[in-house]
Design a protein around this ligand. Structure first.
Ligand SMILES: *Cc1c(COP(=O)(O)O)cnc(C)c1O
Length: 410
């Protein structure tokens, strides 16, 4: 077997996940998880769900019951699970283009998508960056629509000193593997207004059952994560399947974008809550260390000609699981990836396509998929962007190697 087919001796994860500790696995702290999460966010209360997607399903279901409206506006470049959640709820998906080179909505396109049937708009804090919620709120308010902040990748990000997720009507965070603190899968749902919060709780009690099979599966997976989340074993657990998918020419499988339309809905069990609660104690310190590293490295990345680092607006303090870099064009981006993606040093892609371009989503998207050509900026973002891990395990020498390769490709 050629050497490149063997697992790397050291593999850097594509995102800066909070390194787990065996001590987290002790039971007994489950009852404190929701309180700790609420204190961390500065929220009055936090509702625990089994995933970020499940949190969105609960929020949309509750909001639909309140207003009867049916259309949900999401960014044309986001996690396919967001689209699947809307479809799962039997609601109508509307895809909004991004502003050029930005994670924010194109404001004019957003305005054209909001009308008397718009239930909710979902601004998204992609990759830990802080999105412009204020503009979205103004447009949504005009149409009488709710705003749900997708902060799945932004636990710990703040704007004006307040956590993201608390600026709109509702917000959710993901505790999935690869997004920071993890219960293998999990979600935090917040709402500012007490009435809405009650409705979320009521909806959750109605549509989210305890399911022993899922809880056992997730518990085993969480244990396996504690075993494998280290540079010496990630080559087997993460790197080998990645390189296999890349060799097969399947980038969607390589980044795990090939989601099933069946969205599991079940409660988050007590033991996994306990694991999350114990891990929370280390999160602020870990995020601060990641931010410090990101600030140094962002300055270095920004000096590379032809490379643009996606940054935060003034007054915002995002989190830094990875850097999102935009290269001059798709050819330059792909040239960089040819050298770096399979190298096991934390360079990857986020979502492969704009939503209309996933073959498996097409039958589910309905009319939202047909207007695919109307989202050129989302497509350009997907085609020119790559990610560089901000994991503390990525050492200076390797980071420099990445910078050199990026400069050569750009
Ligand atoms: C991962 C993700 C979700 C879904 O969260 P899960 O916990 O994986 O269900 C939603 N939106 C974005 C932007 C995401 O990255």
């Amino acid at each position: 077997m050629p050497k490149s087919h063997l697992p790397r001796r050291r593999e850097i994860p594509p995102t800066a996940g909070l390194p787990p500790r065996w001590g987290d696995l002790l039971p007994g702290a489950g009852a404190t998880f929701a309180r700790r999460a609420a204190d961390f966010l500065g929220a009055e209360a936090v509702q625990l769900e089994c995933s970020g997607t499940a949190s969105l399903v609960v929020a949309l279901t509750a909001m639909h019951r309140l207003s009867g409206r049916r259309a949900v506006v999401v960014p044309a470049y986001t996690c396919p699970l967001v689209a699947l959640a809307v479809v799962h709820c039997g609601l109508e998906l509307r895809l909004c283009d991004l502003a050029p080179g930005s994670i924010d909505f194109d404001a004019a396109h957003l305005a054209s998508l909001c009308d008397g049937d718009t239930l909710a708009v979902v601004p998204t804090h992609l990759g830990g960056r802080v999105a412009d919620v204020a503009t979205t709120k103004a447009v949504a308010a005009n149409a009488g629509a709710f705003v749900i902040e997708d902060a799945a990748q932004a636990l710990g990000a703040r704007h004006g000193g307040r956590s993201v997720g608390l600026g709109g009507d509702a917000g959710f965070f993901s505790l999935a593997v690869g997004k920071g603190l993890t219960t293998f899968e999990g979600g935090l749902l917040v709402a500012r207004d007490t009435t809405l919060r009650r409705e979320f709780e009521r909806t959750s009690r109605e549509i989210v059952p305890f399911r022993l099979g899922w809880e056992l599966k997730r518990s085993f997976e969480l244990f396996g994560y504690h075993l494998a989340y280290r540079p010496s074993l990630l080559g087997v657990a993460y790197g080998a399947p990645l390189r296999r998918a890349l060799r097969a020419g399947d980038p969607v499988a390589a980044v795990g974008d090939d989601f099933s339309p069946d969205i599991p809905l079940h409660t988050l069990g007590r033991w996994r809550r306990s694991v999350g609660a114990r891990a929370f104690a280390r999160l602020p310190g870990f995020l601060a260390a990641c931010t410090a590293q990101a600030q140094r490295r962002m300055a270095r990345l920004a000096r590379i000609p032809g490379v643009d680092v996606v940054d935060d607006p003034a007054g915002a303090e995002g989190v830094w699981p990875f850097f999102m870099l935009r290269l001059r064009d798709e050819a330059a981006r792909d040239a960089a990836l040819r050298v770096l993606w399979a190298a096991g040093i934390g360079v990857s892609r986020l979502f492969i396509h704009a939503l209309p371009d996933y073959g498996y989503l097409q039958p589910l998207l309905g009319t939202a998929g047909e207007g695919g050509s109307d989202v050129p900026n989302a497509r350009a973002f997907a085609a020119t962007m790559l990610t560089v891990s901000n994991s503390p395990w990525l050492d200076e020498a390797t980071f420099e190697r990445i910078c050199t390769q990026l400069a050569a490709a750009a």
